[in-house]
Ligand binder design. Structure first.
Ligand code: 3NM
Length: 215
């Protein structure tokens, strides 16, 4: 999977919306460019239910030609033929993920320092996620708000490495994330909790198109 467009990267699990499949379809209609299936937390689905829900999300993404990336669950990603896997620092080791899913798939890693970014590149990551840029309500164990400083450092040191900013990003506060050097913005609540997810995605896409540097 080369040339993935990370500009508007939507993340969702079943706990993030009352009707998650319709939210995902609306988000796809609104122009999201990448999707991460993140089934985490105390009320998250497991086993067959998780797989069935993942496959429903995957079908929708295929319909719209949008890459479908699984958070952390390497076995599930292989079983259903997902386009990639995203891992955090406390999840499965990124080099192991790359070895298991192969060279053609996408590996994404959440990083919180230049050293972690270097290690992610060495492990074969295709992109890194950096956050939380702003206050987030969607991740219980989120690190303290970090702003855009690390995005700027990593993009200066590794200009070829796609970076997505994450945490509390909305259409009105996304500009500094792109200006710091991010290729894209990763979003849960400003799409999943929006009154109209399609319009929310369209507004975010408009902002992203306005500020994303042409590469
Ligand atoms: N990871 P929202 S913040 C999944 O900082 C996730 O690594 C983060 O959701 C990190 O757009 C986060 O609702 C939640 O703030 C992002």
């Amino acid at each position: 999977m080369k040339n993935v467009d990370y500009k508007l990267y939507f993340i969702m699990g079943s706990i993030n919306a009352t009707d998650p499949l319709s939210v995902l379809e609306d988000a796809l209609k609104g122009g999201i460019t990448c999707f991460q299936f993140r089934e985490k937390g105390p009320n998250a689905l497991a086993r067959t239910e998780k797989k069935a829900f993942a496959q429903s999300c995957q079908r929708l993404c295929k319909q719209y030609g949008v890459p479908f990336i699984v958070n952390d669950d390497v076995d599930l990603s292989i079983e259903i033929g997902a386009d990639g896997v995203h891992v955090g620092q406390d999840d499965t080791d990124a080099a192991f993920v790359r070895e298991k899913i192969g060279a053609d798939k996408i590996v994404g890693v959440s990083v919180h320092s230049v050293d972690e970014a270097k290690a992610a590149i060495a492990a074969g990551a295709n992109y890194v996620g950096i956050g939380p840029v702003y206050e987030t309500v969607s991740k219980d164990d989120a690190k303290p708000v970090a702003g855009t400083v690390l995005i700027e450092k990593v993009s200066t040191l590794f200009p070829e490495l796609p970076i997505v900013g994450i945490g509390g990003i909305t259409a009105t506060n996304a500009e500094p994330v792109f200006k710091a050097g991010a290729h894209g913005i990763s979003i849960i609540s400003s799409i999943a909790s929006a009154e109209n997810p399609e319009i929310a995605a369209k507004q975010l896409k408009h902002t992203a198109n306005q500020w994303a540097v042409k590469r």
